[in-house]
Design a protein around this ligand. Structure first.
Ligand code: EPU
Length: 450
């Protein structure tokens, strides 16, 4: 099992490019099931999760070809259905990737039936999918559980029918649930209105793709999405949005080392809550003019707010702050662990409350091993700033917790060994190379680490 060895204390400097979004790519790839024409997706990140989705779609009669690009980097994935009779998403794949659930809506809409293994919980919580099923039932689907599988069938005639529904749950809406219903409703008969839809930018990216395929969707990015069903969708050629969580992670990596990094392809508009908190803490993230970065930038593809170049610079002393994770546009749960690492070094007490996954704190015990001063009470952690973190062997546990530990390692005195980096490989493309490009002393090793 691979590990990272990090010698902390290097200030990060230089320029890196943010990859295409993992969490946008997965439902976008599943949208290939909605048409019999080819779908081309550009800037798909090369990650364990996207490879698993390629495998799952192939098993569902939708093989693909992946071509790595020279410029801009990132892969182009061409998908095309050749066998629409396959409707089984097997446990073997779903257990490696919960997000496999996002094939359910497209399969049901286009093939009239689906048998998808019920995803289990994971290290960050129970992860129920009841809202996905309620929404599909509202569209007329008959759904039952059979030996660990969700068995879904469209109403007689094989076509879902539009409906008005409420998709809010105890922790807000559901991102992949909204993606599932949105995708399914594009081919339903009549109009669907999703109230309390997830407002995450990845939902907007999916709606943009579906509209490019001929769907009629309005309101994506707001809590009410309206979908006028159409008879069929066509293929499309579409570029995936940049990964806001990867961007946030590298912004925080620069900040925690008191560095000065430039990030290209940064979706600034999607990071407002992070940038607001960083401003309070004393970290400046400013969009820089194209002219300053022409040597590295992609001027032809520059889109303000979606694909910016930003410069990160921080004060020597960081202020403490209060953060609550919330659905978008609130502070994202997927950056909570990385932000906690930064606040460990602030000058005073910060309070971090997790309102999406109240048990998403596996990094706390590991940060304590590095000298952090943390007190957890239920979904809240009091972070008392300390002057320094000290390198130690630590265990990666889930994707974002592991990213938090890498950041702590970059700032710590001495060596930090992060075991089980396969968690990171699910969501960050060659993270060690990106950090090396910024001057970090980080190596991947396959030697068992102590
Ligand atoms: N929830 C319910 N019932 C449901 C579905 C969700 O109560 O039927 C609850 C969840 O337990 C949670 C909250 O609603 O408390 C939000 O869960 P959501 O369904 O939105 O999560 P998800 O769609 O399964 C996506 C991302 C996660 C990210 C969450 C929240 C993907 C592939 N995953 O998951 O990303 O944390 O939204 O923003 O898009 C990650 O990238 O590390 C990651 C875990």
């Amino acid at each position: 099992m691979d590990a990272f060895v990090i010698h902390g204390g290097k200030r990060l400097r230089g320029t890196v490019r943010v990859n295409g979004s993992k969490n946008a790519s997965l439902p976008l790839m599943a949208a290939a099931l909605l048409t019999d024409q080819p779908l081309t997706l550009r800037d798909v990140p090369d990650l364990a999760d996207t490879r698993n989705m390629v495998k799952l779609l192939a098993a569902l009669g939708c093989p693909s070809q992946t071509t790595p690009n020279e410029h801009p980097p990132g892969s182009t994935v061409e998908l095309a259905v050749n066998d629409p009779s396959q409707c089984l998403a097997h446990y073997d794949i779903v257990r490696t990737m919960r997000a496999s659930i996002c094939v359910l809506g497209p399969m049901l809409a286009r093939r009239g039936q689906a048998r998808v293994s019920m995803p289990g919980g994971c290290n960050i919580g129970d992860r129920p999918v009841g809202l996905h099923l309620e929404g599909l039932r509202a569209l007329g689907a008959r759904i039952q559980l059979d030996e660990g599988y969700i068995v879904a069938n469209a109403p007689a005639g094989g076509r879902l029918r539009g409906a008005r529904m409420f998709l809010g749950g105890p922790f807000g809406s559901t991102v992949l649930g909204t993606a599932n219903i949105l995708s399914a409703a594009t081919l339903a008969r009549g109009t669907t209105v999703i109230e309390s839809a997830a407002c995450e930018p990845e939902v907007v990216d999916l709606a943009n793709l579906l509209n490019a395929m001929g769907a009629h969707i309005a309101g994506a990015g707001s809590p009410r999405i309206t979908i006028e069903g159409v008879d069929q969708l066509r293929g499309a050629d579409y570029r995936v949005m940049p990964d806001r969580i990867e961007a946030g992670t590298y912004i925080l990596a620069s900040a925690i080392t008191n560095g000065e990094a430039y990030l290209q392809n940064c979706p600034t508009d999607s990071l407002i809550a992070l940038l607001d908190r960083l401003h309070h803490v004393g970290v400046q993230v400013e969009t820089v003019a194209d002219a300053e970065t022409t040597a590295h930038d992609e001027p032809s593809t520059h889109q303000p707010g979606l694909r910016d170049t930003v410069r990160v610079a921080s004060s020597r002393r960081l202020n403490p702050t209060t953060i609550t994770t919330q659905p978008h546009p609130g502070f994202p749960t997927d950056l909570q662990a990385q932000m906690m690492a930064l606040l460990c070094l602030a000058d005073g007490n910060s309070i971090l409350t997790e309102k999406i996954f109240p048990d998403r704190f596996l990094h706390v015990a590991e940060l304590l091993r590095m000298g952090a001063n943390l007190t957890r009470s239920g979904p809240t952690v009091l972070v008392s700033g300390t002057r320094e973190l000290i390198g130690a062997p630590v265990m990666a546990s889930d994707l974002r917790a592991s990213a938090g530990l890498v950041l702590a390692g970059l700032a710590a005195r001495g060596a930090t060994i992060i075991n089980r980096v396969y968690h990171l490989d699910r969501g960050y493309e060659k993270m060690e190379r990106t950090l090396q490009a910024l001057g970090a002393d980080i190596e991947r090793t396959d030697q068992p680490a102590v």
